[in-house]
Every structure is written in structure tokens, then in C-alpha cells.
Design a protein around this ligand. Sequence first.
Ligand code: NCD
Ligand code: ZN
Length: 345
Amino acid sequence: MAIKKFPGFIDVHVHLRDPGATHKEDFQTGSRAAVKGGFTFVIDMPNNPTPTISPEALQEKIRLAEQKSIVDIGFHYGTDGQNTETFKTVIDNEKVFGLKIYCNYTTGTLLVEDQLLWNNIFREWESKKPILVHAEKEKLPYMIALSKKYNRHLHVCHISLTEEVSMVRRAKEIGIYISAGVTPHHLFLTEKDVNRLGSLAMMKPPLGTQADQEALWKGLRDGTIDLIETDHAPHTKEEKEKTPAPFGVPGLETAVGLMFKAVHEGKISEREVIKFFHDNPARIFNVPTHENTFIMLDPDQSYIMGEDGYETKCHWSPFDGWKLYGQIQMVVIKGKTILEKRKLI
Ligand code: NCD
Ligand code: ZN
């Protein structure tokens, strides 16, 4: 057993809820949760109550993040299909890392289901920065076809079903510019866990079957799935206990411990953890890296999740009480120590 150095991890998919839903999370608590979990760079999603679909909303987020965050935060711009004229204003902004399209119903108001609008969005996003899609099942082939038509980089978010893994694999085989991410909750939970956890295990896309889960692990190992994204989607416990409960689970503080549990169980290698949490997200989203940004942890050391509380404002996790591995001991960002002996400074 030994504490080792790893590059600062990158999470390309978080919902930090700032501005508009800061009773769930804000840039301060969300960035603290990121550091506690080993992430030194996160990219925030646009589905706020006032969605990030205008240059003004984007500037407001950038301003708030600069004020409150203890890590660097990038942003995915959003679209409702009507704001394509604003793309040219934000596309080259160095804080923008991609464009998000919601093709399925989830938290927020950004659902776009119209094929004509999808087409316009792909045509107008004239950039190498990825178009990220929330596209379940039968929606995914449309996105793949549009990525081919306009030669845009497509990133498939939180892939969760066997058939989606197959679609991405086939698209890669025929040379489509595509990448895919999977969440730790889809890798470690199945629909059966909903019996135990109730609404705390409800999120979009929903948890799949054990066969789906096996397909996801296979996809990770054979390179079909490129990275792990937490889809950190905090809601308060009170909100989750209401009917209907909002969709989403927090993930920033549990993701790395879960993946080192997978290493401990021989499911993946330590090298692959670095690939999924650093190398591939940095390459695919062109995230700036810094030689003096790193984290320290002991991959063989176990700990109980939640024993020392949570930094996320929602203060819960579907993995509470789980035995995980590789608790983050130290975090240094651009030469500055942010976390030492497991405590935020
Ligand atoms: C996310 C949220 O709450 O913002 N919820 C979720 O279940 N994943 C939205 C999303 O990414 O779909
Ligand atoms: Zn999400």
C-alpha cells in the first residue's frame, strides 16, 4: 500500500445549479465536492432554471463561477433549437467546451424533439467542439446520422443500454467522429436497486438491467466508451422524497472511489482509470492541463463512503455506506494545495 500521484481528474458532465437552483448546489459547494472527489476541472451543463442558451446567461455563469469556485469550471452551451443565431457569439469562447442537446425529457426545459431543429443545430454549430447529446434508444441513430452529415464531433452522454453501446461501436467502426461517456451509477447500480433506494435511485437515463450493465463494462474495456462522466445532478433529500421526485443523483464525491473499487476487483486497470478520468476527457474536450495539477491517493486503501460527510449541498449519495477504494488524500491545482490530509484548505 502506498499513496501515489495521479493527474487531476476531469469531469465533463456536472450540474452545479448556479444560478437559479442554489438551494441544491452552487459553484462553491459543487467545486468543493469536486475537489473532495479528486476532480480539478469540471464542465457544467446548461439546464438551469434560466438555461444557458444566450450569451448573457453564459457570461453570468462565468462571472459567478469566477467568484465562487475553487476549481476551474468550463461550460457546455445549451440549445432550445431557437437560439442557433447566438452560436457564433459563444462558439470560440475559451470557457465553452461543447453544445448540449436534450433529445429526451429530463430536469429543465431544454427538450428538443423536432428533426428540423436538430438539423439546424448541427448545421449551425460550426466548430470542432463536441455536440453532446442526451439521446436514449431510438433517438441516438438520428444524432449519429447528423454527425455524419455535418462532420461534427458527437459525444454521447451517459450511455446506459446494450443497444446504445452497439450503436456507438458500429459508428466508430465506420469512422464516425463519435465519443461516449458512462456514469458510475449505471456501472454499479441496476433497476433492482430502485427497490432498495426508491426515488434516490431515479435518474435519467434510468438504471438498466444486469445485461445492460455488463454491456457497459464491456464497452469500457474495448474502447467503445471513452470516459466516465458523473452527471452530478444534486437534488435535496426533501425534493427526492416528494412525488413525483426530480431525476438525478450526486456523483462527484463517489466516482473515483467506485472506479478504484473496480480496480480492486480486477474489472479494470489503474491505467484505465487515468484514461477514463483524465487522458480521454482532456483530449476529447480539449481541456487545458497543467503539470502542477495533481491528486494523491492510495488505490489499495479502503474507506466507507459518507463517514466523514459530504461537501455537496444535498448531503446524500446512493452509495452511502459502500466500501470504496482510493480516498483522495491531497489535491494540488496549478501548484496550489487545495486539499491536504483529506481536508479542504
Ligand atoms: C439531470 C439534472 O437533474 O439536471 N438529471 C438526471 O437525471 N441526470 C439532467 C440530465 O442530465 O438528464
Ligand atoms: Zn446530466
